[in-house]
Design a protein around this ligand. Structure first.
Ligand code: TRP
Length: 367
């Protein structure tokens, strides 16, 4: 493949900026240890299905750690984002409550973490209007995540909401003045867009000069990459049927792992590049137990894939057992789940109303 000098420039600046973001994430990590009260985290999920191990190791477990380190944590269940790329919302209410269940079962504590649905927070959504005036149409068309989402919709025409969803996501982050957003690499352009919106708002309405900004400039917190793959060795996703969901039983987990793809070499080694399937199983066991994947591989040695699968099954089921027990308990208590959501929505509304008031003040729209 040939690359033009323009591509090379883009790649090298991306690589350089990625390195800067990584370095900054490490600094932030130290700053959290020193004083967690300086930070507010906002993160979220679309309620499109049940959470699986990809979510758990990729994001959910990190959120619980941040909460437990004393960072004020906010989690948006992004229900409006579901309609960016589909006409039918599906069993949305059930999925939202399912997410609340997964969050609580995994260890998010509603006393310390604010869990809310953004459709329940009108003032958050109203921020979309001034924010939209601060971005250009071509900027939105260039957003790599929007482009990727568009490709994933299989040639279907792009809705206005899909095109503008990075702006909506900026409202999710800025309404509560979060200054830290744990993200994967793919969401970095959104964060850049969010910072631009914050900066442009404060400039346009004279807050930058007065040194009295309405909004923070949120940072990304890049998590150390713990991307587990599906049981077939490619990206874990529901549509591929290769997931292990938090809500599965121990037997269902064992069954899913028995079907997992491996290779012909009986000697088990950790070699993600040449043996992605075997290495992914080792990685899952490692993430569940804290033992290095190489050490697990060594112990299995030439006992083959059958033994490897048994080891992974046991490790995952042991880690998931308390989460599943708590999940089962919570799933039967819809009233409690709704209480949690209502309390989170109330807190989010208070915060959003205050921020919108400040925004209107800055815009001279208080009558
Ligand atoms: N887009 C995110 C996802 O698909 C969910 C989300 C919505 C989000 N609003 C957010 C994530 C704000 C971080 C910050 O998973």
């Amino acid at each position: 493949m040939t690359t033009t000098s323009e591509d090379q420039l883009a790649n090298s600046t991306n690589e350089a900026s990625l390195q800067r973001t990584r370095a900054r994430s490490e600094q932030i990590d130290l700053a959290i240890a020193e004083d967690p009260s300086r930070f507010r985290v906002l993160t979220g999920d679309r309620p499109t299905g049940r959470l699986h191990l990809g979510h758990y190791f990729g994001t959910l477990r990190n959120r619980v750690v941040l909460q437990d380190r004393g960072v004020d944590t906010w989690v948006v269940i992004a229900d409006y984002q579901v309609i960016t790329d589909r006409d039918v919302v599906g069993p949305l209410r059930e999925r939202v409550l399912g997410l609340v269940t997964d969050y609580l079962a995994a260890g998010l504590d509603p006393e310390r973490t604010t869990i809310f649905t953004h459709s329940s927070v009108p003032a958050l959504n109203q921020l979309m209007l001034p924010f939209l005036s601060l971005v250009t149409e071509s900027e939105l068309h260039r957003n790599p995540t929007v482009k990727a989402e568009l490709e994933a919709t299989d040639g279907r025409a792009m809705s206005g909401l899909l095109l503008t969803y990075p702006v909506h996501q900026a409202a999710d982050i800025l309404f509560c003045k979060a200054n830290l957003v744990p993200v994967g690499q793919d969401q970095l352009p959104h964060l850049e867009q969010t910072r631009l919106i914050a900066q442009r708002f404060d400039r346009r309405y004279g807050r930058a000069e007065q040194d009295h900004p309405v909004f923070p400039r949120p940072d990304a917190l890049l998590s150390a990459a713990t991307h587990v793959l599906g049981t077939d060795g490619v990206k874990m996703s529901k549509s591929r049927g290769n997931t292990i969901e938090l809500a599965m039983t121990a037997d269902e987990t064992a069954k899913a792992l028995r079907k997992a793809k491996t290779d012909a070499d009986r000697v088990i080694t950790y070699d993600p590049e040449h043996r992605p399937e075997v290495s992914n199983l080792l990685l899952m066991a490692s993430l569940a137990t804290g033992e290095a994947p190489e050490a697990i591989a060594e112990r299995i040695g030439d006992k083959g894939a059958g033994t490897l699968k048994a080891v992974v099954t046991e490790a995952l089921n042991e880690m998931l057992a308390p989460i599943r027990a708590r999940r089962a308990e919570l799933a039967g208590d819809e009233a409690y789940l709704l209480d949690v959501l209502h309390a989170g929505n109330e807190k989010a509304n208070e915060r959003a109303d205050r921020t919108l008031h400040e925004v209107r003040e800055a815009m001279h729209m208080i009558y």
